[in-house]
Ligand binder design. Structure first.
Ligand code: HEM
Ligand code: HEM
Length: 179
C-alpha cells in the first residue's frame, strides 16, 4: 500500500484521513441533533462539551488533510465515467471540504457569541472570536444548523454515488478508497 496517492488509487494517508474524519463527522451530526433536543441537565452539558472538543479535533484534522491533498496528485476518474459525472463528483468533493471547515468554524463562532469558552480536551482553551452577543449567537446557531442539514444531504448523495459505482458500474471507485 502506497503512502501517497497514485494516478489510479488513493494512498494510505488519504484513505485514513477520509474514513477517520467521515466517522467523526457522522458522529457529530448525530450527537448534535440529539443533544439540542435534550432537557437542560448534566447529560446535555456533557454532550455539548464533547461535541465541541471533537468538532475542533475535526477542524485540525481537516487542515492537515487539506495540506496533504494539496501536496499530492488526485487519482484520475476512469474514462468510462461521463464528463458531467466527473464535474458533479469534483463539485461535491469541493463542497464537502467547504462544509468540513464551515461546520466547526460556525460552531466555534456560536459558542463564542454565546459566551461559552471552547476547551480542547482540557489541554487548552481556544480564543473567543466575539464577545457575548445574542443576535450573533442566534445567527451562527441557525447557520450551523442549516449547514448541518445540508451536510447530511450531501453525504447522502456522495455515499449513494459511491454505492452506484460499486453495484451498477461495478468499477473500482469505492474500492480505491479502501487499503
Ligand atoms: C464537523 C464538525 C461539526 C458538525 C458536523 C456539527 C454538527 C452539529 C449539528 C447537526 C448540530 C445540531 C443543530 C440543531 O439542530 O440545532 C450542532 C449543534 C451545536 N454545535 Fe456543532 N457541529 C460541529 C462542530 C462544532 C464545533 C467545533 C462547535 C464548538 C466549538 C460546535 C458547537 C455546537 C453547539 C454549541 C451546538 C448547539 C447549538 C444550539 O444549542 O442551538 N459544533 N452541531
Ligand atoms: C462525513 C462523511 C464523508 C465526507 C466528509 C467525505 C468526503 C470525501 C471527499 C472530500 C472526497 C474527495 C477526496 C479527495 O479527492 O481529496 C471523498 C472521496 C470518496 N468518498 Fe467520501 N466522504 C464521506 C463519506 C463517505 C461514505 C459514507 C462513502 C461510501 C459509502 C464514501 C466514499 C468515497 C469514495 C469511494 C471516494 C473516492 C471517490 C473517487 O475515487 O474519486 N465517502 N469523500
Amino acid at each position: 500500500m502506497k503512502i501517497k496517492n497514485s494516478n489510479d488509487k488513493y494512498g494510505i494517508i488519504a484513505i485514513s484521513f477520509h474514513w477517520l474524519i467521515a466517522l467523526l463527522i457522522i458522529g457529530l451530526l448525530a450527537i448534535g441533533i440529539y443533544m439540542v433536543n435534550l432537557p437542560i441537565g448534566l447529560q446535555k452539558v456533557e454532550l455539548y462539551g464533547l461535541h465541541k472538543e471533537f468538532g475542533i479535533l475535526v477542524l485540525m484534522l481537516v487542515a492537515l488533510r487539506i495540506a496533504w491533498r494539496l501536496s499530492n496528485i488526485v487519482p484520475f476518474l476512469p474514462p468510462h465515467i461521463p464528463s458531467w459525472q466527473k464535474l458533479a463528483a469534483r463539485t461535491v468533493h469541493f463542497l464537502l471540504y467547504v462544509l468540513m471547515l464551515a461546520m466547526p468554524i460556525t460552531g466555534w463562532m456560536l459558542s463564542s457569541a454565546a459566551g461559552f469558552p471552547v476547551s480542547f480536551f482540557g489541554l487548552f482553551i481556544l480564543p473567543d472570536i466575539f464577545s457575548p452577543n445574542e443576535n450573533l449567537r442566534f445567527l451562527f446557531a441557525e447557520t450551523h444548523k442549516w449547514l448541518g442539514y445540508g451536510f447530511i444531504a450531501l453525504i447522502g448523495v456522495h455515499a449513494a454515488a459511491a454505492f452506484y459505482h460499486y453495484f451498477i458500474y461495478r468499477d473500482n471507485i469505492l474500492r480505491r478508497m479502501f487499503p
